[in-house]
Design a protein. Structure first.
Length: 310
């Protein structure tokens, strides 16, 4: 996966663009409304400016995955990962949350997140598996609480209440083995009652086998989500004790909503703004709200006390 495949926002450029749009909309609305209150367009742009996308702390649920954690799953680990865990790699599970905090009236249509692990080169972290992925969309669209677990193949399994399970008649064949009764789930549970209740959505994800992973979730009114949890299993060479993680998350506004609210002054805007806005959601990333964070993650190790003693 390379940067050219994923368009990334420019947070500073977006701030400048929105500030310019706000000043122009406010200027041209003023003759229409002599009061000091903002008009419809000015209010919409200001609320978009004040909307936020905020990362949670990836240290919150960062844990070392060991053979012992999978003993209760009956199946344990598959041989390839058991051998890698013993001889070459330490495996970790991590959850990264993204909060979308729109101001009243603001409508977003897309939420994206990219995580980039380092160092690069021979000691590079490797993303083993990520969640959610596009193939899980039919299951997640039901909007019920699910237990998300890591199974013996270091992939994802989902447990659903038995009273709800009967309704899942359209599960794709390739997922049926990974969906079952909560009480019979043969997996190490990492997120109990995982729920995604935004309605029907599209999701694109990529990154397994790389040191960078990416999600793009599209939903007509994605601001209903509030918080999205992205789950990652990754591995590093055993001698690695800390890694760097850089994250960028952003929400793209629905340009149809924005255009409708500034329509009274649209013809008076600068040509460059009109050109962008006419491109509708193709230009939404230019007006995005984003958060960029960098963390140094100290990795938990097994037998830490013994290591320190020696």
């Amino acid at each position: 996966m390379t940067d050219k495949n994923i368009p990334l926002p420019n947070p500073q450029e977006a701030e400048t663009l929105l500030a310019d749009l706000f000043e122009q909309v406010k200027k041209w609305e003023s003759p229409l409304d002599e009061s000091t209150k903002l008009g419809v367009g000015g209010t919409a742009v200001k609320n978009l400016q004040e909307s936020r996308v905020i990362f949670g702390n990836p240290r919150d649920k960062l844990i070392l995955l060991t053979e012992d954690l999978f003993e209760e799953t009956e199946e344990g680990l598959t041989n390839i990962y058991r051998q890698q865990m013993r001889d070459a790699f330490d495996f970790y599970y991590m959850t990264v949350t993204v909060d979308l905090r729109p101001k009243p009236g603001v409508i977003f249509w897309r939420l994206c997140c990219e995580l980039d692990f380092s160092p690069k080169g021979e000691k590079e972290p490797i993303v083993q598996s990520i969640f959610p992925k596009s193939q899980w969309r039919p299951v997640m669209n039901f909007g019920v609480g699910m237990n998300l677990g890591i199974n013996s193949n270091l992939d994802w399994s989902i447990g659903i209440d038995s009273t709800e399970l009967a309704e899942f008649t359209t599960i794709p064949a390739e997922l049926k083995a990974n969906v079952g009764n909560k009480n019979e789930l043969k997996a190490f549970i990492v997120i109990p009652e995982y729920a995604y209740e935004a309605g029907h959505f599209e999701i694109i994800s990529q990154g397994e086998g790389n040191s960078r992973c990416y999600w793009r979730i599209e939903e007509p009114e994605i601001q209903k989500i509030l918080t999205v949890q992205f789950a990652i299993v990754f591995k590093v060479p055993k001698e690695i004790k800390s890694i760097n993680l850089r994250g960028i998350a952003w929400g793209e506004p629905d340009m149809n909503w924005l255009t409708a609210d500034i329509r009274d002054v649209f013809s008076d805007l600068a040509d460059r703004l009109k050109t962008l806005i006419r491109n509708k959601n193709k230009a939404a990333i230019k007006f995005s709200r984003s958060d960029v964070k960098e963390w140094i993650l100290n990795l938990p190790k097994a037998n830490l006390q013994q290591d320190l003693a020696t």
